[in-house]
Design a protein around this ligand. Structure first.
Ligand code: NAD
Length: 309
């Protein structure tokens, strides 16, 4: 039976990936310190090791190592900048060493945040990024950029089979919905369902492009299992841009909510526009997003109503 190690596998994306891997007949081990996921999210067949990735003690051999452990919410990583950098510097190095020892395939989950305030929209993988190396978001953005560089260094120097993905704003059931760690989609849904004000940072004209979690799992599974992808970096997202104000209005309409939209202080270094050029993923993975925002939001709203209120 092939074995997969998923760091951060108890989180939103990792738990969906763990489920898929179990379904495909793999033996899955999750390494997670439960810092941003507060309850067990994975199926009972999964072995859970509660440990920080930067302190990893496990020495087993895995065919696949997927590094997802990170603190991805601005509200959280701004308060924990050192921890945020450690999981995506020392943590990445420790997992790369484990992969090198076992000749494992190594899949690194980076982020569209490596592009920073991109001036090329939709943004292709070849865009170098416009990122502050010292601002309040740098602990996250630069950790991802350093990890990409280290992953490519192991690929070039040791011939390790590595693949890097850059997801763009993934949402769906199991994304942590509470205030502190919540990201924009679950936060707006919670506020709308509770009849509270919907809080938009700044004027709401900033754009994002959202990808439903099932589409992310599908793309990620292909990235992990397909041959001849080593050394590749792929955007995994959607090219469909929507302003945050439009998103808020859509959620108010879909939840039939009496909530009002209010504007609060703009976030420092908040990217102005974000949209993924997914030409490369379409060609190499023979993949494209299948769930539109309307349907994905419906599924997510139903999940929040059912499981997260
Ligand atoms: N969800 C998105 O839209 C998105 C977009 C781009 C990139 N990503 C990346 O995907 C990965 C997963 O994100 P997510 O949305 O599932 O977030 P999440 O917070 O739900 O999951 C991250 C998991 O990592 C764990 N973790 C954090 N620091 C750790 C450490 N030092 N050691 C061990 N475990 C640790 C957390 O407890 C959590 O279970 C992250 O690397 C994130 O940067 C996510």
């Amino acid at each position: 039976m092939e074995k997969m190690l998923i760091s951060g596998g108890n989180g939103f994306l990792g738990s969906h990936l763990a489920e898929r891997a179990i379904m495909e007949g793999l033996k899955v081990t999750v390494l997670d310190d439960f810092s941003t996921s507060n309850r067990v999210n994975v199926p009972t067949e999964v072995t859970i090791i509660k440990e920080r990735v930067e302190d990893i003690s496990i020495q087993d051999h895995f065919e696949y190592i997927v590094h997802l452990a990170a603190r991805p919410s601005p509200e959280d990583y701004i308060l924990n900048p050192v921890e945020t950098l450690m999981s995506n510097s020392i943590g990445t190095m420790k997992l790369l060493e484990l992969a090198k020892r076992g000749s494992s395939r190594f899949v690194y989950t980076s982020s569209s945040e490596v592009y920073g305030n991109a001036t090329m929209i939709p943004t292709p993988e070849t865009y170098y990024g416009y990122v502050s190396s010292w601002g309040i978001r740098s602990c996250y953005d630069e950790g991802k950029r350093y990890s990409e560089a280290l992953t490519m260094a192991y690929h070039r120097k040791f011939g390790l089979d590595t693949r890097i993905q850059r997801p763009f704003n993934v949402y769906g059931p199991r994304i942590r919905p509470d205030g502190l760690y919540g990201r924009v989609v679950p936060r707006f849904i919670q506020q709308a369902l509770n009849g509270e004000n919907i809080t938009i940072h700044g004027d709401g004209k900033q754009t994002r492009s959202f990808l439903y979690v099932d589409d992310w799992v599908d793309a990620t599974w292909r990235m992990i299992t397909m041959d001849d992808l080593d050394g590749n970096i792929l955007n995994i997202g959607s090219p469909d841009e929507i302003t945050i104000l439009e998103l808020a209005n859509l959620i108010v309409k879909k939840t039939n909510s009496p909530s009002k939209i209010v504007h609060v202080e703009k976030r420092e270094d908040d990217p102005v526009r974000r949209s993924a050029d997914i030409t490369k993923a379409k060609n190499l993975l023979r993949w494209k997003p299948e769930t539109n925002l309307d349907r994905g939001l419906q599924e997510t709203i139903e999940w929040v109503r059912r499981d997260a209120m």
